[in-house]
Ligand binder design. Structure first.
Ligand code: GDP
Ligand code: MG
Length: 324
């Protein structure tokens, strides 16, 4: 049992936290009762998602943001899900030196998540690690992910406040933003403002935002913050914008709606995972593939096959820990 790990985590034991996070990350089934407990204990943390193209300066920005929140006496956890620039491995020497003060700070926890296993697995592992950090009492949990695929969007959607990082002179980036990330942004950050064209990028974003008719009147208008993450310029403004957005969510009750949206998608994902596991255990891949072939060849119909499978799988859902 790992239950004493939870006790130690709640008492502020960092090694217990690190151990539990590793268990969760590896999908160890014995961590599930702990996760259930951690779920009941969490809910106070402000979860911040930071997304954008590789090289936009997300890791540098997250490092500076962490430093800024530390100056405000807050406990900060970082989860880096961006495999293109791991927090510890890929950073250039200067970055590593700049992070040294954070690495030694007992009120900062940094973890890189490897993108092993399935796409959905990464999203659920990130969610569960966030759950542990929340229960452990971190005030801000910052999740960095490259804004590329479905999984990343799913990961960042789990955050309360989403920062979309862009850099000057990336017209293509703006096109990509139009295609999906725009509507999930709560705060825009134009990083590398030391480069030419920052003001033009800000202007372009502003135009995009006025074109965005999805947002209801009186709704949150995402601020556009210029930063130079490399030196820290603009980072206090970014922190202020995030604090303001967190307060907005609480004051308008939208934090409840977000929590419910999150709970809904998590329950459905767990149901689906369980169903697939049971299908595998009771029917098996080979027979399932035969049924698929039969439906495709029109010798059977999908309705009858689905009804038949539903009957055989049964509705008695198993706990993850029961699934072999
Ligand atoms: N000129 C400039 N370079 C920056 C700035 N912020 C980050 N960088 C550099 O951009 C590169 C990519 O940064 P990184 O934080 O790893 O980007 P990520 O891939 O988005 O996490 C690094 O060499 C950083 O030092 C900035 O504000 N200005
Ligand atoms: Mg990075």
């Amino acid at each position: 049992m790992t239950t004493d790990l939870v006790e130690r985590l709640l008492a502020g034991d960092r090694r217990a936290l690190a151990r539990l996070v590793s268990l969760i990350e590896n999908g160890a089934p014995e961590s599930q009762p702990d996760l259930a407990r951690l779920h009941a204990l969490g809910g106070a943390a402000h979860i911040i998602g930071v997304t954008g193209s590789p090289g936009a300066g997300k890791s540098t920005l997250v490092t500076q943001l962490t430093r800024e929140f530390r100056q405000r006496d807050q406990r900060v956890a970082i989860i880096a899900v961006d495999p293109t620039s791991p927090f510890t491995g890929g950073a250039i020497l200067g970055d590593r030196i700049r992070m040294a003060d954070l690495a030694g700070d007992p009120n900062v926890f940094i973890r890189s998540m490897a993108s092993r296993g399935s796409v959905g697995g990464l999203a659920s592992a990130t969610r569960d690690v966030t759950r542990a950090l929340d229960a452990a009492g971190f005030d801000r949990i910052i999740i960095e992910t490259v804004g590329a695929g479905q999984a990343e969007v799913e990961i960042v959607r789990a955050a309360h406040s989403i920062v979309v990082v862009t850099v000057p002179g990336m017209g293509d980036d703006i096109q990509a933003l139009k295609a999906g990330i725009l509507e999930i942004a709560d705060v825009f950050c134009v990083n590398k403002a030391d480069r030419p064209g920052a003001d033009q990028t800000v202007a372009e974003l502003r135009v995009l935002l006025t074109l965005d008719t999805q947002r209801a009147a009186g709704a949150w208008r995402p601020p556009i913050i210029k930063t130079i993450a490399a030196t820290g310029v603009g980072v206090p403004d970014l922190a202020d914008a995030l604090v303001k957005h967190g307060a907005y969510l609480r004051e308008t009750g939208q934090i409840v709606a977000r929590g419910e949206r999150q709970a809904r998608s998590e329950i459905l994902a767990l149901l689906y995972q369980n169903l697939l596991a049971q299908l595998d255990a009771t029917v098996g891949a080979e027979q399932f593939n035969q049924l698929i072939a039969a439906v495709a060849a029109r010798s059977r119909d999908p309705y009858a096959v689905a009804a038949d499978l539903a009957r055989r799988v049964g509705l008695g859902l198993r706990h993850t820990s029961d699934v072999p």
